[in-house]
Design a protein around this ligand. Structure first.
Ligand code: GUN
Length: 285
């Protein structure tokens, strides 16, 4: 078998086109505030991709760029000002933050109604209880890619590798919410290979190149590789051995061009959703 490619760029383009049409029906343009602290080139690149997508949709934007030496109070002040700004519906604090700034303190300061990354403990708690709220963008994007395969999720064996608050934990919760049997594996899982071998849906977000050899992939599985790693020769690769996995799977995401573009599309969707909740829709009764 040679897996079909789950093309995240094409799917993200479709989502963005739908969002653009929806945004036109709003009385006020959605607003996104982005906070970037420090000079990490990867973070700066991610933020550029996000602001480019927001510009394409005509969203109002505020970008707050603070130096690596900014204090925690400086960051908190910016986050609170965006929370109080009536034109801003969504706030994104790009992670990681410098070591001297408490990530928890900053995420706790985001208004949960504007938390378009879904990282505030209230949004995470609502997700864990299956209640409506804003959901982290990468796992949302993965669910959208899975939906596009047309395969039934109910009862499927889903295995997630990696337990970050950004991806792994909310991912397992969303899969369980879609009636999969979801197993969350992490660096201390002793039988990782056995879990991977029985996965009908495999989502890997461990951040380590090739940590899941493609030979472990079950015949006919859907493989979603969230990892993006730069090799010494400068090329990018995911967490899963791509070629061997592709020979066994039914569907697989490429790296790059798989999950990454969907994360950005879902950030735009969350921002629109947060905005809709804060304004009337034109033509509504
Ligand atoms: N750093 C890497 N990915 C992400 C993301 O999806 N959101 C935020 N805020 N920071 C990140």
């Amino acid at each position: 078998m040679s897996a079909r490619i789950l093309d995240g760029r094409a799917a993200a383009d479709e989502v963005l086109a739908e969002l653009a049409a929806h945004a036109l029906r709003l009385a006020r343009r959605p607003g996104l505030g982005v906070v970037l602290v420090g000079e990490d080139p990867a973070s700066a690149l991610y933020v550029r991709h996000k602001t480019r997508a927001a510009a394409r949709l005509g969203y109002v934007q505020r970008q707050e760029t603070l130096s690596q030496g900014a204090s925690q109070d400086d960051v908190l002040a910016v986050v609170r000002a965006l929370g109080a700004d009536p034109d801003i519906d969504g706030i994104l604090v790009q992670l990681p933050l410098p070591a001297h700034v408490s990530r928890d303190a900053v995420l706790d300061a985001i208004d949960p109604a504007k938390d378009v990354d879904g990282l505030h403990p209230l949004d995470a708690g609502w997700l864990s209880q299956g209640r409506p709220g804003l959901v982290p963008c990468t796992p949302l994007g993965v669910m959208e890619l899975l939906r596009r395969t047309g395969l039934p999720l109910r009862g499927a064996e889903a295995v997630v590798v990696g337990r970050s608050n950004l991806v792994g934990r909310p991912m397992a919760r969303l899969l369980e919410g879609a009636d999969c049997t979801a197993t969350l594996c992490h660096r201390h899982t002793r039988t990782l290979e056995a879990h991977v071998r029985r996965a009908e849906i495999l989502v890997v977000a461990a951040g380590a190149a090739g940590c899941v050899p493609g030979e472990w992939v079950r015949e006919g599985a859907v493989v979603i590789d969230v990892g993006i790693n730069r090799l010494p020769d400068g090329t990018l690769c995911g967490d899963v051995g791509f070629h061997a996995a592709r020979a066994r799977a039914a569907w697989i995401t490429p790296v790059p061009g798989g999950v990454g573009p969907m994360t950005i599309a879902m950030l735009m969707r969350n921002t629109l959703e947060a905005s809709v909740r804060r304004q009337p829709v034109l033509g509504a009764p």
